[in-house]
Write a new protein. Sequence first.
Length: 374
Amino acid sequence: MTEIGDFGNLVVYEFLKNFALSILGIFIPILIYSETQNLFYPGFYLLVKALTGLIVSYPVMKVINSYGFRSGLTSSYIFLVPAILLIYLIEINLVLVGIVGLLYSVGITFHTESKDLEFAEGTEKEGREIQTAHLNALPNIGRLVGPLVGGLLASFAGFGTMLLGALAAVLLSIIPARKISFKTRKRNLGLKEVLSLENLHYSPVFISRGVQAYASVAIFTLFTYIFIAGSISSGVVRTMDTLGFMVMAYFSGYISSKYPRFKIIAAGALIAGITYLLRIGVSTPLEAFIISLIGGLAFKLYDIPLFTDFADRAEASEERSFYTAKKMFNSLGKVITALLFIGIAFTDERQAFNAVFVLAALSTVLMTVTQRYR
């Protein structure tokens, strides 16, 4: 049997994990809303999840620093599995929502920081553009079918069956994760390094990506579920978004090798900003599908060169401090988004969604203006 290597195992791991997390990422807020009929509950879940990510980013990286990238990948299961089981087994209440948000966020933090470090450590700068495209495109097949499968299961078999399907995919992803070779380069990781001037220079980009992550995924699919259609359409919205990711991933990798990164990022951010504003007027499933597809194309147009630049900059400085700062400020962007959403939802639910879409559009401008590529 041919060994596919660490990068190949990382791609397989990402495929299975993306399948599960794409279901959970959009349907946990929808499940919470369907059980409570109150936007405060999913808003509170998103806020707890973001605050937890902000707080635990540094200690999680300290653990990864001590025990290795592979250990970080597998540690995510200690938190993700209980989160899924709790929301499956126990009747939804505010305390449960907070606990699930906390556990899920810690698991995602272990997953994200370990994956980023494994990519930066396991690839070379030469040819990284193409490997970035592979890491983003091939595993996105899981993210493509996950929401559609999740929507079908939720509609015809119930949310419980959907959660069990996601749990099965999470458990299967342990196999390729354990095949990644053990790597660790222990060194001191101080908070001062994390909050260095070089890392702070990137903070507007990280914050912007956090805002957009909530606006385009959890918030927009919840918007679709409440105002436009049900579970299946919400799943298709995310599937169309991912289809845009996949189509653009390889094109963006090629374009990034031919043209200056900043011009590509600026073009992608401009189109993405327009799609966020257009979401305000969406009133039919077809409109939601089209906007999601265009939004996915635009996002990946700027995301591939950004992701590659992050790996290059992290390698040039120190991966752990850079990716910790990335996760912290990304979570801060999500905190801002969740607070805005909850605050306005008390008075007008529709305007709460609209405010988030406007914030996401403004964040693309912030990202473009503050990021400098030469």
